[in-house]
Design a protein around this ligand. Structure first.
Ligand code: F3S
Length: 386
């Protein structure tokens, strides 16, 4: 694999032990991926922030890197932590878990990670530009960057993204290259997408049939913030049920038009009856919104929609938002038309052990529906109320 003189020096330890380690990891990973060289990045996004996910081994790795003087060399954001980070939940976990979760966040900030981030929507803090090379490790953000922005990133592993943040480069392969951004199928959605939940269900379905980079022709009958949330939710859902990191949506993706000339194979039609079964009536009077993270204004838009639909029995809403939203909130809990709305900045319910902490969760997001029972240990259902 070709390395520049600077990269060779970094690999030999000339610029310190932390950079040497990150280069060594990157070179090994990139060689296994058959990358011919590295590519400089402008923004890294690291995952593996929940102590429940990384455990003591992950925490030790971060401690070790920090001790060796590791610092990120490019703008770097981080994924949400577990709810143990927040005071309103910390009494539900042992003090050891709470301390370790806080330590993970402290160490990342010490290494130079943007302290306001802790979100799975890093594009809300720094919107990438078209064609920019990134090393992002959150599947919902990766598919958004490739599909909606036209930036270029693979689905990096959490550790690789951290090494890329320190070295300022990643493997030049996969979706960094034109040839891997070609369409794999043409999908036409035969019904109007008029809710976030329907967009989510559609994404879960498309994820199951795509072989890589689907072209999606659909009519979204939503506007403004609700439309944005629906698109993000659909893309996150595709990335949940597949390893896909890119989808081209007609009228949304900057690369959609130019790719259309070489669509392979037959058109695939999706009918409403194909996905209706993914949406249930309800399973809980507690609703989870913000997967991927939404900001407070977007949460208010969803509350607005719920107030029009009557909310169908929802009594409490957990809303996960980026950490920087702390600045705008005067309180983390409010009563909106008889519904208790709880804002949870910088955390994710899915990456938290919720057994014994909360009960079943209804949601309008496909990714949350899929992972909550598997990772958080409580039941969930996808409901079509917004
Ligand atoms: Fe974000 Fe957690 Fe959902 S990281 S995309 S809120 S699973």
């Amino acid at each position: 694999m070709y390395l520049t003189r600077w990269e060779e020096k970094a690999l030999s330890g000339e610029f310190g032990e932390a950079l040497r380690i990150s280069m060594e990891v990157l070179v090994k990973v990139c060689r296994s991926l058959k990358a011919e060289r590295l590519v400089e990045i402008s923004h890294a996004h690291v995952s593996g922030v929940s102590y429940f996910n990384i455990g003591d081994e992950g925490l030790e790795l971060l401690e070790d890197l920090a001790t060796k003087g590791a610092r990120v060399s490019v703008y770097t954001t981080a994924n949400p932590a577990s709810v143990a980070l927040l005071d309103i939940f910390s009494t539900r976990y042992s003090s050891s878990i709470v301390d370790k979760q806080r330590r993970v966040v402290e160490l990342l900030i010490k290494m130079g990670v943007e302290s306001k981030s802790f979100t799975c929507a890093p594009y809300k803090l720094r919107y990438p530009s078209y064609g920019e090379h990134l090393a992002w490790a959150e599947s919902s953000a990766v598919i958004y960057a490739n599909s909606v922005v036209g930036a270029r990133t693979n689905r990096e592993g959490g550790v690789v993204a951290l090494m890329a943040a320190i070295a300022g480069r990643t493997c030049y392969c996969g979706l960094h290259l034109d040839e891997n951004r070609r369409l794999t199928e043409y999908i036409e959605v035969e019904f109007p997408v008029d809710s976030i939940a329907l967009a989510s269900a559609l994404g879960l379905y498309i994820g199951r049939i795509t072989r890589g980079v689907p072209y999606i022709k659909l009519g979204i009958k939503l506007s403004g913030r609700a439309r944005d949330i629906a698109i993000r939710s659909m893309l996150a859902s595709i990335a949940t049920t597949s390893s896909s990191a890119m989808a081209l949506i007609e009228g949304v993706s900057p690369e959609a038009k130019k790719s259309l000339s070489d669509v392979p194979g037959e058109k695939i039609s999706i009918e409403l009856r194909d996905i209706r079964r993914l949406i249930e009536d309800t399973c809980s009077n507690t609703l989870y919104i913000g997967c991927p993270h939404i900001d407070v204004d977007e949460a208010k838009e969803i509350l607005n929609i719920l107030s029009k639909t009557g909310g169908t029995g929802i009594e409490k809403i957990y809303t996960t938002i980026p950490y920087y939203e702390f600045e705008y909130l005067t309180r983390l809990s409010e009563n909106v038309g008889g519904v208790e709305v709880v804002y949870l900045p910088g955390v994710c319910l899915v990456v938290s052990d919720l057994s014994g902490v909360m009960g079943r969760l209804a949601t309008i997001h496909g990714k949350a529906r899929h992972y909550i029972p598997r990772l958080a240990g409580v039941e969930s259902c996808l409901i079509g109320i917004a």
